[in-house]
Ligand binder design. Sequence first.
Ligand SMILES: Nc1ncnc2c1ncn2[C@@H]1O[C@H](COP(=O)(O)OP(=O)(O)OP(=O)(O)O)[C@@H](O)[C@H]1O
Length: 580
Amino acid sequence: MFSVMFKLKDFFKQNKKDYLISFFTMIASNLFSVFIPYLIGRIIDSIIKQELTGALLMKFGGAFLFSLVAAYLLEFTWSYYLFTGSAKLQRDMRKNMMAHFLKMRASFYEKFRVGDLMARSTQDIRSISDTAGYGMMVLMNATLFLVTIITMMGVSVSWRLALFSLFPLIFLAYTFGKVGNIVEKRYTIAQDAFSSLNNDVLEVIDGIRVIRAYVKEEDYVDTFRKETESMLGKNNKVAEANALFTPMVKFFITFSNIIAFGYGAYLVSQNVLTVGDIVAFQMYLGMIVWPIISIGELTNVLRQGSASMIRVEEVLDTKDNMEESGLKLIETADDIIMHGLDFQYPSSTDKNLKQIDIVIPKGKMLGVVGKTGAGKTTFLRQLLRQYPLGEGEFRYGDTNVLDYQGRHFQKLIGYVPQDHVLFSRSVRENIAFGKGSATDEEIMESVHIAAFEDDLLRMEKGLDTMIGEKGVSISGGQKQRVSIARALIKDPEILILDDSLSAVDAKTEQKIIANIQNVRKGKTTIISTHRLSAVKQADEIVVLEDGVIIERGTHEALLKLGGWYYTQFLRQELKEGDEE
Ligand SMILES: Nc1ncnc2c1ncn2[C@@H]1O[C@H](COP(=O)(O)OP(=O)(O)OP(=O)(O)O)[C@@H](O)[C@H]1O
């Protein structure tokens, strides 16, 4: 249960000053608070003994008021320092989480679904920070307060009475532990359900157009209703376990009250205690309820915090299984050489690339074709190092890719993925993303190469047009061209296009290819495509089937070969002829 506090020890150390201020102001505030019943006890005794004079009342009144104000101000101070600390913890953990997400590659995102990651980086982090704020407050304040009250009960009234009347609380502590275990288990189940629900919401929002097109709204409403019902059930179970704490405290404290009254009255009758003592003692018993309830809640907060900590650690401890990269810096791209390269996705049962032998000389264009599922994207992912390296040789010139610094290596590559990812920003920002300091001239140059000029002219605000969620929706072909412009503005040593021209018409495709060839002289370009006309000009074309290169050569050589490429090319030519 306390493991979560232990795991946060570095954070507590870093914010030692704040926690020390909280701790000492808390002690002082508690001392002033417990002084008040003591004063009341003394006033009652003075009334009974008929010793209360005006001067004495003024003295008691002054001390009472001073203690009240001091306790209030001190409580403000400790709660300020404690709760700002917990907000800092949330900030730090979110920063760590985001840094981790940005470092991770494909296999990590295959393990965790987006909704799950969102749940862990919001609700779980909040629950952990509750342990550093509320949890810490209860731990320090309730235990300190409890110790102070019990000491006052013993010192200012009677140790015997204190021991007897607090005896039932031993059973309370035992029950707290048992219920705490139940809370932790139920909370983990509820959080897992929340992750899954989060994910489903994201999927619905993402796929809303398809859901509508297939008139599946009702089905989704129904599924979602069932899920939220089940989630409600799980949360109710947590609430049910939580609700046990307060009645449990009241139940056991009642026994303490009975003992205190019975045994206390006996001690008064024996002249061991005064009536004022008993009143003060009962007030102390009343005061003890709050810290005990809080300790129950502390158990709760700590159990939930440690369940959340396990969920957050699971994410932070998951690496993407990428090999350690070397220290070499790569300044310029060399020939890309793969020899006998095999690769298998972690979740795949068969090899997805088999014995790939390829040399892409620096500055040349390679075309990668093949039917769907042949392994084109998988081959490009090896170049991009999105997955662990397969078995076999993969070099840049004479140097094994693993000898290069991973991140540095990426700087040479411009990549246009199959699924176009554009941000909810302006066209300008989306394109300049490829090169932070890009001027409008440079942006327009890439717009021109990507054949996006005419589209831009039609946009009322030109480069300032907002796209995505915050602005206009743009077509698939337009998205592809903005993505191409984003990759081109970097003027990368290696440009990788993964089926990036599929949504543009044949004429525009030819225009883009011609532009690319024109501006990328001396630079390596790799194009994977279904439409063979896009790679006609390539220096070499490889045909993949089931992860194996089955044909290779120039366009002319492949036509002569009369294999898959030849048949496919004829089919596409005929189709395009028909369309024209
Ligand atoms: N992340 C993955 N985990 C497991 N298997 C995968 C993964 N991605 C792809 N595959 C499998 O690897 C094989 C090659 O897929 P790949 O996406 O490389 O084909 P492709 O030639 O690019 O297809 P397409 O033209 O349809 O994009 C397929 O059998 C596919 O099911």
